[in-house]
Structure formats: structure tokens, C-alpha cells
Design a protein around this ligand. Structure first.
Ligand SMILES: [Zn+2]
Length: 108
């Protein structure tokens, strides 16, 4: 059975273990990386060192969908403001409260 990897981003402040890539032996200071854990600890790898992993493609797709969603929401709000003027603050709060939670977090 293939080992399961977890995916995260060092630029966003995530760290595991020594943060030394097990593929190229260089430190992982920024950007996407994946990691798994064995008895020796965490085994992280740069995204660039694991490009054959198809999960990166899925992560990019999810990020793109989040961006498109945010862009459509922004466009709709802009169109509303041009048509009707600034909405009531309560209306904005209600709209924000109704954004799906996984989109609001912006996580891949
Ligand atoms: Zn590497």
C-alpha cells in the first residue's frame, strides 16, 4: 500500500521536524511541500522534488476554484454596488456569514 502524504505550505508558516527535504537534502524554507511520518520522525519533501505526485494537480485545481469563487463574488458585489449603491453593513455581514466555511478559510 502506498504511503499517504500530507500537503502544506512553508510560506504559510507550517513546519514539520527538521524541514530538510528527504529527496535533495536541502532545507525547505518556503513554498509547498509534502510530508509523511515514520518511526524516525517527519519526512518532508519540496514540491519541486515530488512533481510526479498527482495530488499537486488536485491542490492547484482546488486553489483555482477558490479563486474563481472569490472573483465571482467580488464581481457580483461590485455590480450590486454600481446598480444600487453601497449595501447596508448588515447585508454584507449576512453575505459573509453565508460563505461556505471551506471557501472562507481559503485552504487547499
Ligand atoms: Zn527537495
Amino acid at each position: 500500500m502506498a504511503k499517504r502524504w500530507d500537503y502544506t505550505n512553508a510560506t504559510a508558516g507550517h513546519r514539520v521536524g527538521t524541514m530538510i527535504c528527504t529527496a535533495c537534502r536541502q532545507p525547505i524554507a518556503e513554498g509547498d511541500f509534502r510530508y509523511r511520518q515514520n518511526d524516525d520522525g517527519f519526512l518532508p519533501q519540496h514540491r519541486a522534488c515530488s512533481l510526479d505526485d498527482i495530488e499537486w494537480k488536485r491542490i492547484d485545481q482546488r486553489r483555482q476554484e477558490h479563486e474563481l469563487f472569490a472573483q465571482r463574488r467580488q464581481n457580483a458585489l461590485q455590480a450590486y454596488i454600481e446598480e444600487f449603491g453601497e449595501p447596508w453593513p448588515e447585508l454584507i455581514e449576512e453575505c459573509v456569514a453565508n460563505i461556505p466555511k471551506d471557501c472562507a478559510k481559503g485552504e487547499a
